[in-house]
Design a protein. Sequence first.
Length: 102
Amino acid sequence: MLVILLTTALAVTDNNKVCYPNIGFPPYIIGEDTYVRANPGSLVELIKAAFNTNGIKITLYRRPWERCLIDLKSNMAIAIFPSVYIPDERVLRPTRVHQGAR
């Protein structure tokens, strides 16, 4: 299940930033740095298409996962992806960490 976390203060502006981790997970997310590539991976393309379909212009950027969480909580980012909620731990983790989980 893909989870995209959105802030409650989602406003359709020209400055909607979406953060995703600087950890590669080919073919879904390409690269291991903070550079957003021209061919960023299939999951990144899917996220871009979802926002574009709904008429929301976004700017993608990459940071360490913890930084993406901070940016989401402080409304610097309107969304972060990919993530999975672990009820027992009550935390959000990047999907790659739990790729072998159920």
